[in-house]
Design a binder for this molecule. Structure first.
Ligand code: NAD
Length: 387
């Protein structure tokens, strides 16, 4: 029986492994994490994340061929294929701070794999990482490989929170990047065999390692760029009397453009878009491409502008002050059908309104009161109705 271990039981590691376990009853899947509360929650009736359909998938295979554990080293040592799905946030200090990806968690996972492995391993980059990360990981793993063969694959995840299970069941594509050597091709085939349990062959794309790593950053940059494009047009609509919904509909009818990701909004949020664009900007700068870096920076600038423009419009529409006025905020997570509040535009909007001394009440059925208080971290707490 093939054994898979996934390091990182978060928004990506948990759902992706649950779907692999469901679709591949002949494979044993263990998801490990250093966070005890997270693993306890995965083993309980209240999963640590909310995703439509996730409970059902986990219930069907947990205890059969799907397990959650904090015994990271044991399960890594026993696995044939190791997915690494740890967080890769933006660096907050040192070289590249504010832009580069912080690979601390990845590095410590790689060092641990090198320490505990006693048999050949396929190590899969599931986290979103900068292009060329596999080269650095290879160096760590092969530094003192004790005769063990490591094959590194890039298999970035394209699921969207809120529709993760649907996306995993029917992915637009699964992307696998590997070395163009006989061992590399064998490893790519082994991972293809896993996905082939349910993904049609023409949706499984194979590329070289660097193309796969870069495709994920590029895909997120393109998606965010569409949101910033329509939001930039929304500002012009408001200034001229055009209706942004009508404009977006007319624009999206062009088959070369298409209708998706053209809804004007208060701006994009979530843990990925901004960090991945910043990372792309940093990589461009490091490769001597400042003009390209500036192009992508603009996507974030428009997003920030849209959030502050929204707050300013609310305030100016209420006689230029919201002091003491009661405002209801419906929804706090960064999008519907998730409880994830990482980088949600609601934080900037609420802080902007609280800054002008509004009295706000927040309602979101998927977000806890504690989480909202932590995210806003203001002295004067808003009224929170979490459920
Ligand atoms: P997350 O923070 O929810 O989960 C990461 C988990 O890794 C945490 O539970 C953490 O405790 C664990 N971890 C960190 N270091 C560890 C170690 N050494 N050993 C064991 N566990 C460790 O993050 P996420 O949202 O699941 O994202 C993971 C990666 O996937 C990121 O690179 C992200 O950019 C990428 N991604 C995220 C999404 C998304 O929608 N959230 C989609 C596609 C790709």
């Amino acid at each position: 029986m093939v054994k898979i271990c996934c390091i990182g039981a978060g928004y990506v590691g948990g759902p992706t492994m649950a779907v692999i376990a469901l679709k591949c009853p002949d494979i044993e899947v263990v998801v490990v994490d250093i966070s005890k509360p997270r693993i306890e929650a995965w083993n309980s009736d209240t999963l640590p994340i909310y995703e439509p359909g996730l409970d059902d998938v986990v219930k069907q295979c947990r205890g059969k061929n799907l397990f959650f554990s904090t015994d990271v080293e044991k399960h890594v040592a026993e696995a044939d294929i190791i997915f690494v799905s740890v967080n890769t946030p933006t660096k907050t200090r040192g070289l590249g701070a504010g832009k580069a990806a912080d690979l601390t968690y990845w590095e410590s996972a790689a060092r641990m794999i090198a320490d505990v492995s006693k048999s050949d391993k396929i190590v899969v980059e599931k986290s979103t990482v900068p292009v060329k990360t596999a080269e650095a990981i290879e160096k760590i793993l092969t530094h003192n490989s004790k005769g063990i063969n490591y094959q590194i694959l890039s298999n970035p995840e394209f699921l969207a929170e809120g529709t993760a299970i649907e996306d995993l069941f029917k992915p637009d594509r699964v992307l696998i990047g590997g070395r163009e050597t006989p061992e590399g091709r064998k490893a790519v085939q082994a991972l293809k065999d896993v996905y082939a349990h349910w993904v049609p062959e023409d949706r499984i794309l194979t590329t070289n390692l660097w193309s796969a790593e870069l495709s994920k950053l590029a895909a997120n940059a393109f998606l965010a760029q569409r949101i910033s494009s329509v939001n930039a047009i929304s500002a012009l609509c408001e200034a001229t009397g055009a209706n942004v919904s009508e404009v977006a509909y007319a624009v999206g009818k062009d088959t070369r453009i298409g209708p998706k990701f053209l809804n004007a909004s208060v701006g994009f949020g979530g843990s990925c878009f901004q960090k991945d664009i910043l990372n792309l900007v940093y990589i461009c700068e490091c490769n001597g491409l400042p003009e390209v870096a500036n192009y992508w920076k603009q996507v974030i600038k428009i997003n920030d502008y849209q959030k502050s423009r929204f707050v300013n419009r609310v305030v100016s529409s209420m006689f230029n002050t919201v002091a003491g006025k009661k405002i209801a905020v419906l929804g706090f997570a960064f999008k519907k059908d998730t409880g994830d509040t990482r980088e949600t535009p609601a934080i900037d909007v609420c802080k902007g309104l609280l800054g002008d001394k509004a009295q706000i009440s927040i309602y979101d059925p998927q977000v806890t009161e504690d989480q909202i208080q932590r995210d806003l971290a203001m002295n004067k707490a808003p009224t929170v109705c979490a459920s």
